[in-house]
Structures are given as C-alpha cells and as structure tokens.
Design a protein around this ligand. Structure first.
Ligand code: DX5
Ligand code: ZN
Length: 246
C-alpha cells in the first residue's frame, strides 16, 4: 500500500519542548469538485498542501454522506505519494478501518464520541499499518482524551460541528487547542494537534498561535478562485503566524 507507514502504537517518547513545530496545510477534498477530484487534489498539493484530508461520512454519525474505500483507492492510484488523513465520521468505525487501510489511507482518525472501546480502536488502526488519530467534537472536553493521548499520532479538534464544509469557526476551539498543547508539554508527549472547520485566512493565524500545526481547510482551498493560489496563501499566513509567535 503506497503512502502508508507502519508505525505500531505508542507515541509517548517525545521531547516536545526541544522540537520546532512544523505547520502543514491539509486541504479537505470535501469541497473539491468530485468530478475532477484527483486534479483538484493535485493542485492543492502543488499550492503547498502537506497532506490530503479525506472526510468520510455515513449519514448516521453525521447528517451527510460522502465517500467510501473505492474512492480512496482510486485517489491513491492517481496520487501515490501523498499522506491521506482519513477522517471517519461514521458509526462503528472498527468495521471499516481494514478497508480504508487497504484502500491506501496513511493516517486514520476516529471520533471519541463514536468509539465505545476507543483504546481498542486506536490499536486496530495501528495494527493495519496506519497512524492513529482521535477527534473531538466542539461539545466534547479535552479531558475525555486523557487516557489515550500517549497512544495517538495526532489529535483533531473540530472547530465546527462535523458534517458539512463552509461552516463558521467556533471560537472556543482555541481554548481546547491551547489546553492540548499545554497537556502535551506537561506530559512530554509527541502527538500533533490538528484543527478542522472554518479555517480560512481570517482564522488560520489564531489556531496556529493557539498551538495547532495540522490545518484542515476545505472551502478556503477549493470553494472559490484558484486552488493552488488559495493553498499557497493559507500556508503563508500560517507560517507567518508561527514566525510572529516564536
Ligand atoms: C466537516 C469536515 C471538514 C470540512 C471542513 O465535517 O470534517 O474537514 O471539510 O470544511 P471547511 O474548511 O470548509 O470548514
Ligand atoms: Zn474533516
């Protein structure tokens, strides 16, 4: 499987305090033209996307339906080398993790709210050769993740209620990002902090300053104008915020 990195699980040996943070833009293909998906995705990567964010919705966990493993597999054939950050907004994710791993997912994210046995699910992702991430909705407090922070490669803070692109950024997400960054520092952990929802030129600086480094953007990349240029400007704004913050 191209693009997938076998990792095992357990990301707890970090020395975060000494490591420079790298911000990366994660264009969310949810807002791309699905009739032109691979081409749109390539433009976003050319503009500076460091990975592709793939939103999977089942019409149950969230009130929308998007795509399944065959589309991930097709995209993987068209774009062999990119990191695919597959965000499962579905009930019973354990049932589908093997198929998404087989299709070419690199990282797989599951919602804390969707997993009865979250520890087991995170291990299942790693057992299938992908890096495991966990997501919390806007109404879920950070402390719900206390027992798994040493198991995950990345933590995604939803800054909108999941289900749709183009929604308004929820400002309390900034406090949650800062709380996670603080927790990571105190416990000397190594997970990366991702944010998803309402990220655009007017919000990207704030989330970076709060401590996010993987920046998902759908509408702001694919929703208007020149995809490559949109991605380039967002990444530039994110990098300037890091520089100003250092
Ligand atoms: C929403 C998805 C997001 C979505 C973000 O449920 O998880 O990844 O694509 O879209 P924007 O950036 O338009 O808010
Ligand atoms: Zn997402």
């Amino acid at each position: 499987m191209l693009g997938a990195v076998s990792c095992g699980i357990g990301y707890s040996k970090g020395q975060r305090g000494n490591v420079a943070r790298t911000v990366e833009l994660a264009p969310s293909i949810l807002s791309a033209n699905f009739a032109n998906l691979a081409a749109d995705a390539k433009l976003a990567l050319e503009g500076g996307g460091g990975l592709l964010h793939v939103d999977v919705m089942d019409g149950h966990f969230v009130p929308n339906i998007t795509l399944g493993p065959p589309i991930v597999a097709s995209l993987r054939k068209a774009i062999p080398d990119a990191i695919f950050d597959v965000h499962l907004m579905i009930e019973n994710p354990d049932q589908f993790i093997p198929a998404f791993a087989e299709a070419g997912a690199t990282w797989i994210l599951v919602h804390q709210e969707a997993c009865t046995h979250l520890d087991r699910t995170l291990h299942l992702i790693a057992d299938h050769g992908c890096k495991a991430g966990v997501v919390i909705n806007p109404a879920t407090p950070v402390h719900m993740l206390d027992e798994v922070l040493d198991l995950v490669h990345h933590v995604l803070v939803m800054s909108v209620n999941p289900g749709f692109g183009g929604q308004k950024f929820i400002h309390n997400s900034l406090n949650k990002i800062a709380e996670l960054a603080n927790e990571r520092e105190m416990r000397r952990l190594d997970f990366r902090i991702e944010v998803d929802g309402g990220i655009a030129l007017d919000t990207i600086g704030d989330v970076v300053r709060a401590g996010a480094e993987l920046l998902v953007a759908g509408n702001a990349v694919f929703g208007h104008g020149d995809i490559r240029e949109n991605a380039r400007k967002l990444l530039q704004a994110a990098r300037s915020a890091t520089a100003a913050h250092a």
